[in-house]
Structures are given as structure tokens and as C-alpha cells.
Write a protein that binds this ligand. Structure first.
Ligand code: EPU
Length: 421
């Protein structure tokens, strides 16, 4: 297992390029199963989760290959519609194959993903949506058995849950509905850019979809889809992580290949805190010269402040003198990073789904344990400003979602490298 070793204290300066979006690429790769023909997906980051999805597509009988930032997928006529526990348990996004398999093969068996370190992660909304299209769902021995016993038909489906809309449930139902005859309306659909990207890919395959990016998506089922070439959007969470790192280190960083409009909630909070942000087309400059002011943040579905940047925001507020309150409305238990940040000298207190952050003057480097992908990123950026050396263990979490993180930070002047434990 690897660890990342950081010596803090250097201001980040220079330019960094954002990779393609993991959370866009994963459902799009699953969507390629909806046609027999080959699809080519570009701007795909080289990450462990992408490799897992390739393994899953192969296990389902598709040809799948990663080459030079491109994924080639040729599903062919016959798929084996069984997504095994071994793969689904390592990556929750595997559940995205449920909708496409059901639509193409009329049945699917997909292992239930289960919870994870950021809290319970139910799939009731995915199942509710597929049932509304006419699928019969049974849960047996830890697997979802979905079967289209009669012909599936489009329907009105309300997909709101206790924590708002669901990104992957919206994707799963949309993927099943594109090949289901009649009209489907998804109400309370997720509006995240990754859902819009998936809809754009499906449309390139021949699907009829409108309203993506709004809470009401309409789909007119078609008989058949064809393969498509597509390039995924830049990763807004990776981009956001560099924005926070620049602010944290009082740096001056130009972030390239990002979509600035995806960052509005982040920009708003950081400007309130005193960070200077200039936006251009696919480019942004983030600069901090003076002291920051504390700001309160609540995570919400898009276009609200993203839960996937909550830990990074907390790292920033930890070194901002004063008190800020960070409230988590998507995953109320997503606070595993708090105790590790506190080991570095942060003063964060948990009150239910809120973290009360008392900013301190300085952090001190320490060995820390990464618990999930975004928590790991927060520990790395805390390490960039901590006095002395920080060792982030269990780096495999980071490798699930950040392409070349150490080399990108090194190119900005950070002292950071990877070591074998
Ligand atoms: N929820 C339900 N029932 C469901 C599905 C979700 O109650 O059937 C709840 C969840 O428990 C949560 C809320 O709805 O409280 C929103 O979860 P959502 O379904 O939107 O999450 P997801 O689609 O499973 C994706 C990203 C996550 C990101 C969330 C929220 C992928 C592969 N994952 O997950 O990304 O946090 O949306 O934006 O797209 C990450 O990249 O680190 C990550 C965790």
C-alpha cells in the first residue's frame, strides 16, 4: 500500500489541468451497454474506479478497453446480465448497470451495493423508478433481481427522497426509460452536470430526452440505440479541490480545462471568505493575498454547494481564524475526516449533521488515515499548509478519484511524493 508524504508551507503557484469527470464517465460507460454497437468515450481519467467499471463491463460480456484517455466499449448482441458482489462491493457506481441491462436484456441481477464509510447509501429510489416502468423487483441473497415480465411502459415517476434528488437513481431510470415505449417524466430529477452529460451521451446514441439539468426530465422511448463517440465534461470536484488548495496555501493558481459555471456555489462562498477568483472560458484564476474570513456552508444538491467538496471546505475553514459552521445535508454522517483533521491541530466539534470549526493559526503535520476519497483530498490540502511532514495513509481511496494528484500538486510547487509503505 502507498502513502503520500507532504511537507507543508509552500504557496501553490502556476497552472494545473483538470482531468475528465469520474462521476460523468462511470454512468456513461454503463449507458454504452444500451446499444450493441461500439461507443468511444473520450476525456476519461485513468483511475481505479474506471478500471473497475471496465472489469464489470467485461464480466457482463462486453468488450471494453482503456487506451490513451479513451474507453472503447462494444457490448455486442448478448450480455450476461449479472453484476457480481465482488465488483459492486468495491464501487457503488456499479449499480448504474441495472437500468441498461434491464432495458436491453429484459432482466438483470445486480448485487446490492450496501452502505459505505460516508454513511448508509440506499437504492430504494433506483428500484422505485424501475418498478414504475413496469419491472418486477425482488431482493434475494443480497442481489436485486429485476425482470420486465410484461412489456415495460413509460410513466410519471417522482424521484425525490428524504435527502432530495438522487444522481445515480435519475441516471438509472433515464437509462431504462430511453428504450421503454411511451413517455416517461422524471419529477424531482437530479440537476447535476453529470446527469446532463449522461443525457447528452444518450441523445448522441439516438435517445429522445428533454429537460435534463432541470427537475423534470421527459423521455420518449425509442426501439433501438446506436453507438456514439463522446467526450466527458471536466471533473468539477477535482477542479474544486485545486481551487481550495490554492486558497488554502495563499497561492496564485490558474486552473485549466474546467467549466467555471459548475463552480458557482464554491465561487460564491470563497469570494465571501476573501479569495480572488477570475473566470474565463474553461479557465479560472484563484488567488489569495490577505487573511480569510470564516463563512458558513450547507451542502445541497446541485446547484448548491457539493457534498464532495465539504471536507476540503472544512480544511480551509480550519485555518481561517473565527468560527464557521459546515452543515451536511446529503450524507449526515460524512464526517470521518474530522478526527483526522483534529489530529493535525484543527479544532472541529460535531453537533449532529453540523461541524463547528474554530479556525486555528497553524496546523501541524501528522500521520493521518484517509477514510474515503474526498476526506483524503482534504487531508492532503491540510498537509500543504501544516508545519512539518504529513503522511496520508490508505492512498488507494485517492486513487479511486484523482488522476496524478501528487504530480499535479508538485508542478504547482508543493513538496509532495508517494512512497511504498
Ligand atoms: N438516496 C436515497 N435513496 C436512493 C439513492 C440515494 O435515499 O435510492 C439518498 C442518499 O443516501 C443521499 C442522497 O439521496 O442522502 C443523494 O445521493 P445520490 O443518490 O445523489 O448519490 P449517488 O448518486 O449514489 C453520486 C456521486 C457521489 C456524490 C453524490 C451526491 C457518483 C458515482 N457518485 O452518488 O460521489 O457524493 O452523487 O452528489 O456519481 C464521490 O465522488 O466521492 C462521491 C461519493
Amino acid at each position: 500500500m502507498d502513502k503520500i508524504v507532504i511537507t507543508g508551507g509552500r504557496r501553490l503557484k502556476g497552472e494545473v489541468q483538470v482531468s475528465g469527470s469520474k462521476n460523468s464517465a462511470l454512468p456513461i460507460m454503463a449507458a454504452a451497454l444500451l446499444s450493441e454497437e461500439e461507443s468511444i468515450i473520450e476525456n476519461v481519467p485513468r483511475l481505479r474506479d474506471i478500471q473497475t467499471m471496465i472489469k464489470l463491463l467485461r464480466a457482463l460480456g462486453a468488450k471494453a478497453l482503456f487506451e490513451d484517455g479513451k474507453v472503447l466499449i462494444k457490448p455486442g448482441k448478448n450480455l450476461r446480465p449479472l453484476a457480481p458482489y465482488k465488483l459492486v462491493s468495491t464501487m457503488r457506481a456499479s449499480v448504474c448497470v441495472l437500468g441498461p441491462l434491464l432495458a436491453r436484456m429484459g432482466h438483470a441481477e445486480v448485487s446490492i451495493p450496501g452502505g459505505c464509510v460516508i454513511g448508509p447509501r440506499p437504492i430504494d429510489l433506483h428500484l422505485k423508478g424501475l418498478e414504475a416502468l413496469g419491472a418486477k423487483i425482488d431482493i434475494q441473497h443480497g442481489y436485486v433481481h429485476a425482470r420486465a415480465e410484461k412489456k415495460m411502459r413509460g410513466n410519471e415517476i417522482y424521484l425525490g427522497g428524504g435527502f432530495g434528488s438522487s444522481v445515480l437513481a435519475t441516471g438509472n431510470v433515464m437509462m431504462a426509460a430511453v428504450l421503454t415505449s411511451g413517455k416517461t417524466c422524471i419529477e424531482s430529477a437530479a440537476c447535476e452536470p453529470e446527469v446532463v452529460d449522461l443525457a447528452r451521451f444518450l441523445k448522441k446514441m439516438g435517445a429522445k430526452i428533454s429537460g435534463e439539468g432541470s427537475p423534470r426530465i421527459e423521455i420518449e422511448g425509442v426501439k433501438k440505440l446506436h453507438g456514439a463517440n463522446f467526450s466527458v465534461i471536466p471533473d468539477r470536484i477535482e477542479a474544486g479541490t485545486y481551487i481550495f488548495a490554492a486558497a488554502m496555501t495563499a497561492g496564485d493558481v490558474v486552473i485549466k480545462n474546467l467549466e467555471p459555471s459548475h463552480q458557482n456555489a464554491v465561487i460564491d462562498k470563497l469570494r465571501q471568505a476573501g479569495v480572488t477568483i477570475q473566470k474565463g472560458k474553461n479557465i479560472m484564476r484563484v488567488k489569495r493575498t490577505g487573511r480569510l474570513k470564516p463563512v458558513d456552508v450547507t451542502t445541497l444538491p446541485y446547484p448548491g454547494f457539493p457534498t464532495d467538496l465539504q471536507a476540503q471546505m472544512m480544511a480551509l475553514m480550519s485555518t481561517t481564524l473565527g468560527i464557521s459552521v459546515i452543515t451536511e445535508k446529503i450524507y449526515p454522517d460524512r464526517f470521518m475526516h474530522v478526527s483526522e483533521l483534529n489530529r493535525m491541530g484543527c479544532k472541529i466539534f460535531l453537533e449532529g449533521a453540523s461541524a463547528i470549526v474554530h479556525g486555528v493559526k497553524r496546523l501541524s503535520g501528522a500521520p493521518v488515515m484517509a477514510s474515503d476519497l474526498r476526506a483524503s483530498a482534504a487531508l492532503v490540502i491540510a498537509g500543504l499548509v501544516a508545519e512539518g511532514t504529513t503522511e496520508v495513509h490508505r492512498v488507494y481511496h485517492l486513487d479511486r478519484g484523482y488522476e496524478n494528484l501528487e504530480s499535479k500538486f508538485s508542478s504547482l510547487g508543493a513538496s509532495i511524493h508517494r512512497e511504498r509503505e
